[in-house]
Design a protein around this ligand. Structure first.
Ligand code: FES
Length: 132
């Protein structure tokens, strides 16, 4: 799925550099226009990040890990984001929802975004719950 913005129209002079670390560990550096969310950036660059609710804070499928440095510079997650994060699979200290983190030259320049091994929706396939 394509969305967010047209990568061919991004102006490198004003763009924000972001690095995505895929589930297999491979890295990709992409340029994002200021104001684009991590989810937009992923979609525009064909990076597999689901974003089922398209940024309306009603899912946790856009869950990503943000490098520690950047995490500290970002605004705190809102209560709504935290509520959704609580539902995310493999939550960590540096977890954020990709649709809520926005490209900004002051905070996200060279940020590293790591995709979780699985999101809750994807984990459903082939997941067998152990009886308690
Ligand atoms: Fe659903 Fe981010 S896309 S909360």
């Amino acid at each position: 799925m394509h969305g967010g913005y047209d990568v061919s129209k991004v102006d490198p002079a004003t763009a924000v550099e972001m690095e995505f670390v895929d589930r297999d560990g491979s890295k990709r550096t992409v340029l994002a226009p200021e104001g684009a969310s991590v989810l937009d950036v992923a979609h525009a660059n064909d990076i597999e990040l689901e974003g089922a609710c398209e940024g309306s804070l009603a899912c946790s499928t856009c869950h990503v890990y943000v490098d520690e440095d950047t995490y500290g510079k970002l605004d705190e997650p809102t209560d709504d984001e935290n509520d959704m994060l609580d539902l995310a699979f493999a939550l960590k200290e540096n977890s954020r929802l990709g649709c809520q983190v926005v490209a900004d030259r002051k905070t996200t320049e060279k940020m590293e975004i790591t995709l979780p091994q699985a999101t809750r929706n994807m984990a459903v396939d082939g997941y067998v719950a152990k009886p308690h």
